[in-house]
Design a protein around this ligand. Structure first.
Ligand SMILES: [Zn+2]
Length: 118
């Protein structure tokens, strides 16, 4: 330990997406610091939240990835504060918050894919 404090990153984005649908319904947004859905109680993002986020960010998959990465950061901080000795693994948190999103680079460019039947 150096005794020196490292700089603290700024807060992540507010977890205010997806917007409620229909508009008067309870939104499928996370309840902090537990990161369960405020509408259905499942771990956030629940299936309903994922569907709504995919629809809301259909034209902006990079924006969805940035939003989800920001919430991954916030959730990691909250969940490890709540349970510092036995929190979820980084791999599990990444799969839960980010890996399901729309933005993925293809494994191979289409031109490099083998032709069918070869
Ligand atoms: Zn939900």
């Amino acid at each position: 330990m150096t005794g020196q404090q490292r700089p603290h990153p700024a807060e992540g984005p507010p977890p205010d997406r997806p917007r409620p649908y229909p508009p008067h319904a309870t939104p499928h947004t996370p309840l902090r610091p537990l990161w369960c859905c405020r509408a259905c109680g499942r771990p956030w993002p629940c299936a309903h939240a994922r569907l709504l986020l995919k629809a809301e960010y259909a034209d902006n998959p990079v924006g969805l990835s940035i939003y989800l990465c920001g919430l991954l950061y916030e959730a990691t901080r909250d969940l490890y504060r709540l349970n510092p000795d036995d929190g979820p693994s980084p791999r599990d948190l990444f799969a839960r918050f980010v890996a399901w999103g729309l933005y993925r680079r293809p494994a191979l460019p289409d031109a490099d894919l083998p032709e069918p039947g070869r």
